[in-house]
Design a protein around this ligand. Structure first.
Ligand SMILES: Nc1ncnc2c1ncn2[C@@H]1O[C@H](COP(=O)(O)OP(=O)(O)OP(=O)(O)O)[C@@H](O)[C@H]1O
Ligand SMILES: [Mg+2]
Length: 301
């Protein structure tokens, strides 16, 4: 688990960030940045590099290897610190609060701004090596594959998709993006998997979720990771989140992925609410989403 670096931010000095950005720059060319190159990359004297490296090492913002040559790379904490600094310089956020969620491949915190927002740090390529295929898709056009690049690509992609979908689809409003992090509106409510729905509401909520998938399809995207963990339910309605792996509707597998999304949602409702949910023709619903005519699963009955 990656530590929350928010508490470190006030201790860090501008030149510590020069060092961190220098290491970041060097990582575009090699996984471990040769110490000898750091004064150039960081625009600091060699003595200052020594001093800053020591400060950043003590705070686990960079790590060292000594085999072959002495090299440094950012830790995720170091990368987080760089993103946080950018967000606060742009006034996107004023302070980091409590964790809102820890996913397989991300950390999400509440952040203070003109109102409470959510900050999501992507961790792809670092914590989950099982997701090789996902990783390939992001990095197919690039030779030097590092976690830094993979996580940044995932955040870029998620921010881009939220920007395309908001406000036509009920997704968190995107606020800012930097490196491997995005700032977005904090949604209300709880994850569908933990929501207490009374039986009469269940079919209505199922329809709401499927209608959002339909609107997303119309806007050109299939979520491709739909489950009760990526939908929030509140008294105001639902929000569909967690979009980095979404695919465009002209993708070869779009139809298959959409059908899987629909099936995941329908199966969840039928499992959790066995009685009130009617039999649903998943293929039929998928067809109607593709054709732009989906209204309700009750239309099957
Ligand atoms: N905008 C938001 N507002 C409030 N809470 C959020 C927001 N975005 C994410 N969260 C919380 O963080 C958790 C993890 O977020 P998300 O689902 O986006 O990532 P993930 O599941 O780790 O992604 P992946 O599927 O790549 O592993 C969510 O379940 C939710 O509790
Ligand atoms: Mg999720």
């Amino acid at each position: 688990m990656v530590r929350n670096v928010a508490g470190l931010m006030t201790e860090l000095e501008p030149e510590d960030f020069y060092l961190l950005s220098g290491v970041e720059q060097g990582m575009r060319f090699s996984e471990w940045v040769n110490r000898k190159k750091l004064p150039d990359y960081a625009d600091l004297t060699p003595e200052n590099v020594d001093y800053r490296l020591d400060r950043c090492m003590r705070r686990d913002l960079v790590q060292r290897k000594t085999i072959q040559y002495e090299g440094y790379q950012l830790t995720f904490e170091g990368y987080d610190a760089l993103a946080l600094r950018t967000f606060s310089q742009r006034d996107s956020i004023e302070g980091v609060g409590a964790p809102l969620g820890v996913g397989k491949e991300c950390d999400v915190y509440e952040v203070q701004s003109y109102k409470p927002l959510a900050l999501k740090f992507h961790r792809e390529g670092f914590t989950d090596f099982r997701e090789v295929n996902k990783e390939r898709e992001y990095t197919a056009d690039h030779h030097h594959v590092s976690w830094l690049y993979t996580a940044r690509k995932a955040a870029e992609r998620e921010h881009e998709i939220l920007t395309e979908l908001y406000p036509d689809v009920s997704v968190p409003r995107p606020v800012d993006h930097n490196r491997h992090a995005i700032v977005m509106e904090k949604f209300a409510g709880v994850e569908l998997g933990r929501a207490k729905l009374d039986p009469e509401q269940a079919v209505g909520v199922l329809d709401l979720v499927l209608r959002e998938l339909s609107k997303a399809y119309e806007a050109g995207y299939v979520h491709a990771d739909m489950s009760e963990y990526n939908v929030a339910v509140s008294s105001e309605g639902i929000t569909v989140f967690d979009w980095p792996q979404a695919v465009a509707t002209d993708h070869d597998n779009a139809r298959e992925l959409l059908e899987r999304d629909v099936r995941n949602v329908v199966d969840f409702f039928r499992r959790k609410h066995p009685r009130p949910i009617p039999e649903v023709d998943v293929e039929g619903v998928t067809d109607r989403i593709v054709g732009g005519s989906f209204e309700s699963v009750r239309d099957d009955a």
